[in-house]
Design a protein around this ligand. Structure first.
Ligand SMILES: *[C@@H]1O[C@H](CO)[C@@H](O)[C@H](O)[C@H]1NC(C)=O
Length: 249
């Protein structure tokens, strides 16, 4: 009785299998000898010794075509329209430390300027340079203004693209770009005006005309050191910046 029941289950399974086989092209009848699965974008069929055999793409990748993609004819799903409805990935993610899937590019846990590239489950930390931030949607480094919700600093809350005074400094200030502050210095002979938030010709209420000759180096250094103590926002920012970019252990 059990035997008979199992036989019918097997027959049904075989029938389902035959149906799905019948829907795809026989890879042995194609020139490339490899075809995409009709339902699952992370599976494909290859002609092995005259037989059609189903294969899985490496975990996290989808079938792109023979000699295409990053490995074994498979590619990152977001690189093209490989996986459009009703096709779907069937294999579940296999995660390792820092990697959501064995293969892919993933955001950093604590930093907006870093990200992980994963190859067979091994994560390599990458760094965005030149003030760029990792954009989760583009899977690449991008201008801060294109990276929503990342590294926006409270300094720039009022105006994400405005200027902010740096403590009592007369020539340095923060320039916000898309909510991300960058340290700037007024051109020579100009001073930062706390009211108009621009570099202007002195004097202003807070800043006298700078000495007409360049200040001796030691004077400028002293000025900068004083600045460090007075300028809470700058210290705050540096601390936060360090906290953010410190890799998680
Ligand atoms: C991936 O890593 C596993 C062990 O972690 C190893 O057995 C396998 O051969 C690797 N595959 C490739 C394609 O490198």
């Amino acid at each position: 009785m059990f035997g008979r029941r199992w036989t019918s289950v097997l027959v049904i399974l075989a029938a389902i299998n035959l149906t799905s086989c019948a829907q795809i092209e026989d890879p042995c009848k194609t020139k490339a000898r490899i075809v995409a699965d009709d339902k699952y974008c992370d599976k494909y069929w290859e002609c092995d010794n005259g037989q059609s055999v189903q294969y899985d793409c490496p975990n996290g990748l989808v079938f792109a075509g023979k000699h295409r993609g990053v490995t074994e004819g498979c590619d990152y799903p977001w690189r093209s329209n490989y996986c459009e409805y009703p096709k779907a990935q069937i294999n579940p993610p296999i995660g390792t430390e820092h990697c959501d899937w064995l293969y892919g590019i993933f955001g950093h846990e604590t930093s907006c300027t870093r990200y992980w590239t994963c190859w067979n489950g091994t994560a390599t930390e990458q760094l965005c340079i030149g003030g760029l931030l990792y954009n989760e949607n583009a899977h690449s480094c991008d201008w801060p203004e294109n990276v929503d919700g990342c590294q926006k600093h409270p300094l720039c809350n009022e105006d994400p693209n405005g200027n902010v005074p740096l403590g009592k400094s007369c020539n340095r200030y923060w320039q916000c770009q898309g909510g991300y502050p960058r340290l700037q210095r007024c051109p020579a002979m100009l001073v930062f005006d706390r009211r108009s938030l621009r570099c202007v010709v002195p004097p202003t209420e807070d800043c006298d005309i700078p000495t007409t000759t360049a200040p001796p180096p030691e004077e400028e250094q002293q000025d900068a050191r004083q600045g460090q103590h007075q300028k809470r926002p700058s210290n705050d920012f540096q601390e936060q910046q360090q906290g953010r970019t410190r890799p998680r252990n």
